[in-house]
Design a protein around this ligand. Structure first.
Ligand SMILES: C[S@@+](CC[C@H](N)C(=O)[O-])C[C@H]1O[C@@H](n2cnc3c(N)ncnc32)[C@H](O)[C@@H]1O
Length: 207
């Protein structure tokens, strides 16, 4: 994908090769506000709306696709969302290498790639080996929020989370979601037009 204008990523877009391990949130954001993480931000619509609506919370996005990372970083910068940062990285790697235990208040994952073919299911993000990473980075009482349009993946997510120490609770729609939306991302808008069903799950780490 290409953009007709130059994308300026700094100061929102971070270069993973230049980041310290582990990250120090105070140094990254210049304050000690709670940090919420989104994996797979796409064009950054969720982060943008949340960062604008909740200036006293810090938002950190992890996106694997270089073009989306650049696009979303530029978009957040243009809207002066200095309570947001984005990195281009693979999430399992990044959570393991860069994020200190018990530092994330909410982990958001919206419309993760479903890898629908049976032989590709092992590429899914949310699977048993992912949950110890989630359990490690969440603060006590911290929350995981997931939405997908894919029934088989939704069933897998439900069973993987049930097997983990997290406790399933009622899903709460982010304040930026419009009437009838689960969260309000680009993929939700697109899938809504196609009439697909949505499956939402929330779970908390016991305090
Ligand atoms: C289906 S899109 C959803 C984008 C956005 N959340 C939305 O709802 O519009 C999934 C996104 O997750 C990213 N992604 C997939 N696997 C990832 C991983 N392991 N680490 C980081 N990003 C990942 C993809 O590059 C893609 O942008």
């Amino acid at each position: 994908m290409q953009s007709h204008r130059e994308l300026i990523i700094e100061p929102v877009g971070l270069n993973v090769d230049k980041l310290p391990k582990p990250l120090n949130w105070l140094e990254i954001f210049g304050n000690d506000h709670p940090v919420e993480l989104e994996i797979g931000c796409g064009k950054g619509t969720f982060l943008l709306h949340q960062a604008l609506a909740r200036p006293d919370t810090n938002f950190f996005g992890i996106e694997w696709a270089r073009w989306y990372w650049r696009y979303a970083s530029d978009r957040l910068r243009r809207h002066n969302c200095l309570n947001s940062r984005m990195v281009r990285a693979e999430a399992n790697f990044f959570l393991t290498e860069f994020i200190s235990p018990a530092t994330i208040s909410v982990l958001h994952i919206y419309f993760p790639d479903p890898w629908p073919k049976k032989r590709h299911n092992k590429r899914r993000l949310i699977q048993p080996k992912f949950m110890p990473l989630v359990q490690r980075i969440l603060t006590p009482g911290g929350r995981l929020q997931v939405v997908t349009d894919h029934q088989d993946y939704a069933e897998q997510i439900q069973s993987v989370v049930k097997e983990s120490p997290l406790k399933i609770v009622d899903y709460s729609r982010p304040g930026s979601a419009a009437e009838g939306e689960f969260v309000g991302t680009n993929f939700e808008h697109k899938y809504k037009h196609e009439g697909r069903p949505f499956y939402a799950l929330a779970a908390v780490k016991p305090a």
